[in-house]
Design a protein. Sequence first.
Length: 201
Amino acid sequence: MYKTLIQLFLLLILILIIFFVSNKYFYTVDKIEEVNNDISLDVEKNILPKKDLEKKSLDNEIINLTYEKFDTNGNKYFISAKKGVLDNELPNIIYMNLIEASLNYVNNEKLIINSKEAIFNKQNFNTTFSTDVKLTYKEQTLESDHLEFLFDKNIAIFKDNVKYNNQNIEAFSDIVVINLLTKEIDIKSENQKKIRIRKKN
């Protein structure tokens, strides 16, 4: 009788050990793979092929969508699009078309961004704008092929065919970085010959 109880007790302990070990290791691997997928979206340009996007849009299309979020300083980031397509494999990602976004500062200043396409992360609000990207702030404008708007780091990175304009100058480069808190602009280039600055009359 006692021998049977001991055997049952040992068997129960063995089953519990197998359960906890398998749950810990196999479940963790799934989570890590999911996180890695999200990170890769930020690192790469991630322009989804048109055929894949059209296929996704059949069941996952949203019309006239808007999102807004406040940073720790009280500034509000607002983004709207005429159309968005959800990604079933990456639930935080939305592929947007015809976008207008703005960063509204607590001192009532406003920074406006327009583009034809964007990849929006609704978890951290980081946004990759592409195709006819234009930023307007007071009397200044920035245009480029791509814009990495990193809301969580307060940085905007303009890439490829960047054109900066204000009342006094025009500047051309392949990279321009903006500090979204101080509004400071840093004109960069992998090749310094690509930076051109022209004074206006």
